[in-house]
Design a protein around this ligand. Structure first.
Ligand code: SAJ
Length: 433
């Protein structure tokens, strides 16, 4: 890598991590080529536009593209630093799939040269960075690879996971601390020097296996703690307790921090990453595996409870509030809210109404169910039962006066002042609004 000038960078994978990462590296003055297999994505970015929703990303991409610092292509470009940010899904039996990572390695191998740095960012099972190194070593026997030579390696290879929150990606990519795991300490140092060009958070060096496990542990920790909260909510339903009151009181303890129950765990991270650990140590992960079961089971618990409520009021109009996988974003991947609302729509048809301010239209599974999308004002005016599935701020701020006479099933605890009733008010009262 040229030491005196900013390195040329190639980012492989322009999804919701790769594109913001490429744009931020370009903003730091590096010349970046983003590589993606989708011609549509490449064309969109080369027009200075974006294909994903993320706060402020459109302005940043437009700026770096128009300044010639970022361009996109369907093929890799020679560079000094290669950042791999491709998907790492799992298969039917939760088996991790690193084929996209290895395919990225195959794509860059032919253009690698002495002094280059290869960095894997995709969430991966422990040992993946070493597999990537072995694949490159096999494809390029002319290059000395780290960990496989007693001489100074020609390449530096490292693993550096991101830990950004959708909706705050640009801010967190810059300010979050980063774990930088080198195949060797020299690799870690090379990667560190690169990240310090655009990361203000602390960059902590370690080995690649520890960095891979750190990412998985962060999300497994969160999944286990969400499972604890969800189990508490199921126990409270059975014991006729207000779980939100119990958690509020317990969290007043200086060393207790119980997370929030919900209708289950959504998104492409918390529900996925723990399985990578379970797959690596199936006999040693009863807690992590059980937590996954509790969180997935919570969705079915909410479906059963909501089903019972709606069935008991066949004449009532029902509004499901929210389809997104979490509050205030328009991401519906693996969303528990979608799972619950679609089950109710399939069973109760036109009795069900969907309120999702972040969706322009209902997802495909609602087609032919009879359920319709309405806005929150229509729901408050015309619906008798409100089932809160997502804690969007626009729902949270609804004053008691507008929902006091509704029958509410609040899976997110956004309305602690809601009267606890299981009976519908008289029609003239309940729709008084
Ligand atoms: N959830 C609850 N109760 C809670 C917290 C979350 O039910 O108390 C649910 C949410 O509603 C959502 C799911 O869990 O359905 C995941 O939400 P999240 O807030 O964990 O957010 P993610 O998945 O967008 O981001 C996580 C973050 N990881 C951690 O907080 C340890 C983020 O920092 C990671 O970068 C991201 O996973 C990732 O990409 O790995």
């Amino acid at each position: 890598m040229k030491l005196d000038t900013k390195p040329d960078v190639c980012v492989i994978g322009l999804g919701y991590i790769g594109l913001p990462t490429a744009a931020i590296i370009a903003r730091a003055g590096c010349k970046v080529v983003g590589m993606d297999v989708s011609q549509k994505v490449v064309d969109t970015i080369n027009r200075g536009e974006i294909h994903i929703e993320e706060v402020d990303l459109d302005g940043l991409v437009h700026g770096v593209v128009s300044r010639g610092l970022l361009s996109a292509s369907t093929s890799v470009a020679p560079a000094d630093v290669f950042v791999i940010a491709v998907p790492t899904p799992f298969g039917e039996n939760h088996e991790p799939d690193i084929s996209y990572v290895l395919a990225a390695g195959e794509a860059i191998a032919p253009v690698l040269k002495q002094g280059d740095i290869v960095i894997l960012e995709s969430t991966s099972p422990v040992g993946t960075t070493e597999q990537l190194r072995d694949m490159i070593a096999k494809a390029r026997p002319d290059l000395k690879c780290p960990g496989r030579t007693s001489q100074t390696p020609d390449l530096s290879i490292a693993y550096c996971p991101e830990r950004v929150l959708p909706g705050k990606i640009l801010e967190e990519l810059t300010n979050n601390d980063r774990s930088i795991g080198g195949i060797t300490p020299r690799c870690a140092r090379k990667a560190l020097a690169f990240y310090k060009r655009f990361v203000r958070g602390e960059c902590v060096t370690t080995d690649s296996r520890a960095a891979e496990m750190t990412k998985l542990v962060e999300n497994a920790y969160r999944d286990v703690n969400i499972a604890f909260a969800n189990e508490l909510s199921i126990i409270s339903d059975r014991m006729d307790l207000d779980v939100w009151e119990v958690i509020r009181l317990a969290n007043r303890h200086p060393r207790v921090n119980i997370l929030s129950p919900g209708p289950g765990v959504g998104g492409h991270c918390i529900a996925v990453d723990p399985w990578f650990i379970v797959h690596s140590a199936p006999e040693e992960t009863p807690l992590i595996r059980t937590a996954r079961g509790v969180n997935d089971g919570k969705m079915h618990h909410v479906v059963a409870s909501a089903d019972e409520l709606v069935a008991a009021h066949p004449d009532a109009k029902v509004a499901c509030l929210g389809l997104a996988f979490k509050a205030n974003i328009d991401d519906f991947r693996e969303s528990p809210a979608r799972f619950v609302a679609s089950r109710l729509a399939r069973k109760f048809g036109e009795q069900i109404h969907i309120v999702e301010p972040y969706a322009a239209e209902l997802p495909i599974e609602f087609t032919d169910t009879g359920a319709v999308q309405i806005d929150i004002d229509e729901a408050l005016e015309n619906c008798d039962i409100l089932i809160v599935l997502v804690d969007h701020d626009v729902f949270r701020v609804i004053p008691l006066a507008e929902r006091a006479n509704k029958l509410v099933y609040d899976t997110r605890g956004i309305w602690p002042d809601q009267p606890k009733t299981t009976e519908l008010a008289e029609p003239d009262v309940r729709l008084a609004g």
